[in-house]
Design a protein around this ligand. Structure first.
Ligand code: BES
Ligand code: ZN
Ligand code: ZN
Length: 514
């Protein structure tokens, strides 16, 4: 990952290829910018005046500087209207600036971090959301500069990439808090990038066994415990739904149990469950060929689970957190399950498999049953579960469904701050009825015509969680981006890691208040 350093110096005296200053949407430069402008003979003011720059969100202008300023260039980035500033807008602006610098072939870039005082509208917006300026800037810039290029023999542009980010403050008293927040931003970002890489990795490399190896690697790096259940363990536990999905594949399935024990011994854990289908062909209910390659990302929930646990462990969050990953391929073959087959899940409930492409809910059923053994205070599962969620919400939000409104609202709030939006969908008794089978306890798809594909999938999961506070995040629309966004390059987004990490941090605070 790119190096981040902190520097305490006067704005004008700081030597760098490019100095980034954030500006709100205004008619004229104000505050530090106005001060600087007098030293630069009004070039900033004239950019405002001739409307080349107005501080609109993610708007940029690169200005050449002159003595006495030591920076070679000044890059202004807009944050939008001051009363509408949010943590995520700052994160976007930082990403936009970093990406701009990279595309302009710059090797280093410095961000000016303003004083953290109550008169500073940006600090106020951030403190409400529990983030700090430096953390947000580090996240935005490092997230935007990520590349998945390990399979390129000669990534020519690799050499010309940005190498260092500096956070500049003119206040000595701010240095230690900047150091703390920057390091926090780095730890969280590292976890997001690790998740993105796992998601981007093709399925001939990222098999269930590979996911297990990665989980062991993360456990070792961050001091977590990791247990990997093999087929024989799954048989012993009666995980017939997971084993059923795995039947068509040559790759053995795994069930990963990753634990960060940051809390006290008997403190009930938060359990995070991630769908780990390393490739989803649909099975005998085969998917059409167009874009089938994208189904290598069907283990996004697993990647986000491993990433979140790593971030929590790196931040030493004082909670017990368990990550569960049922992992398998979904393949057609002579041994594969067929439409109409009946599986017996670990819970004892029987499932009529009417469509082998609705496999995610099958492997999650056994994982949710396993989760209950911990008597957890909450279970959150993440899954690229349904194409229907894209019809409902597009790529702008993940759906959140569950049996506990407080949990739903808390998660939604965290997502608002981190820029990972969640939008609720209901599960009504009619939906629960729609997945009852005539000849087994449940069927894995509702009858044609019922519609509400994301909800009936959620209703299916709900029947395996009982009374435990539970939420399900359908990330099928948000895990992969076909366009570049301010701090998200094309491809795997890592959606969920920052959101869940913030949620876990807030849990610690809520525990203290109770
Ligand atoms: N992995 C897919 C869902 C998916 C779709 C993820 C698009 C990412 C992008 C899931 O296993 C699936 O195939 N779901 C089916 C369910 C249907 C058979 C009820 C779907 O959405 O079509
Ligand atoms: Zn499927
Ligand atoms: Zn799937």
């Amino acid at each position: 990952m790119i190096k981040t350093t902190i520097k305490n110096e006067r704005l004008i005296a700081h030597k760098t290829e490019c100095l980034v200053i954030f500006s709100t949407e205004e008619k004229n430069p104000s505050g530090k910018l106005a001060e600087l402008d007098t030293k630069l003979n009004g070039i900033i003011k004239s950019s405002f005046k001739n409307k080349r720059f107005q501080g609109k969100l993610n708007q940029t202008i690169l200005l050449n500087t002159k003595k006495p300023m030591q920076a070679e260039h000044l890059l202004l980035v807009g944050l939008g209207k001051s009363i509408e500033i949010t943590a995520d807008k700052l994160r976007q602006a930082a990403g936009t600036a970093a990406k701009f610098a990279e595309k302009s072939n710059l090797k280093t870039v410095s961000f000016f971090i303003p004083a953290n005082d109550p008169a500073n509208y940006i600090s106020v917006a951030l403190s409400e959301s529990n983030e700090s300026f430096a953390q947000t800037v580090v996240e935005g810039s490092l997230l935007s500069l990520h590349h998945f290029d390990e399979h390129k023999q000669l990534a020519k542009d690799k050499l010309s990439r940005l190498k260092k980010i500096t956070l500049l403050t003119s206040l000595k008293s701010q240095v230690s808090s900047l150091r703390y927040s920057a390091s926090k931003g780095q730890k969280i970002t590292r976890a997001v990038l690790a998740s993105r890489d796992l998601i981007s990795q093709p399925s001939n490399i990222a098999t269930p066994t590979y996911l297990a190896d990665k989980a062991r690697e993360f456990a070792k790096s961050f001091g977590m415990t990791c247990k990997v259940l093999a087929t024989s363990d799954m048989k012993r536990l009666g995980m017939g739904a997971l084993l059923g999905v795995a039947k068509g594949s040559e790759e053995p399935p795994v069930f990963i149990v990753l634990e960060h024990n940051g809390g006290t011994k008997n403190d009930p854990p938060v359990v995070i469950v991630g769908k780990g289908i390393t490739f989803d062909t649909g099975g005998i209910s085969l998917k059409p060929p167009a874009s089938m390659d994208e189904m290598k990302m069907d283990m996004s929930g697993a990647a986000i689970t491993l990433g979140t646990l790593s971030a929590a462990a790196a931040l030493k969050i004082p909670l017990n957190i368990v990550g569960l990953v049922p992992a398998s391929e979904n393949m057609p073959s002579g041994r594969a399950i067929k439409p109409g087959d009946i599986l017996t899940s670990m819970s004892g409930k029987t499932i009529e498999v009417l469509n082998t492409d609705a496999e995610g809910r099958l492997i999650l059923a056994d994982a949710l049953t396993y989760a209950a053994k911990y008597k957890p205070k909450a279970v959150i599962d993440l899954a690229t579960l349904t194409g229907a969620v894209i019809v409902a919400l597009g790529h702008e939000a993940a759906a959140v469904l569950g049996n506990n409104n407080e949990l739903i609202l808390n998660l939604q709030k965290c997502g608002e701050t981190t820029g990972e939006r969640l939008w609720p969908l209901p599960i009504w008794p009619e939906h629960e009825k729609a997945i009852k089978s005539d000849i087994a306890d449940l069927k894995n798809i509702a009858s044609p015509g019922v519609g509400a594909g994301t909800i009936t999938a959620g209703a299916f999961l709900k029947s395996f969680v009982g009374e435990i506070p539970w939420c399900h995040l359908d990330i099928a629309g948000t895990s992969w981006s076909s366009e570049e966004k301010p701090y998200t390059p094309k491809g795997a987004t890592g959606f969920g890691v920052r959101l869940l990490t913030l949620f876990l941090e807030q849990e610690v605070k809520n525990n203290k208040n109770h």
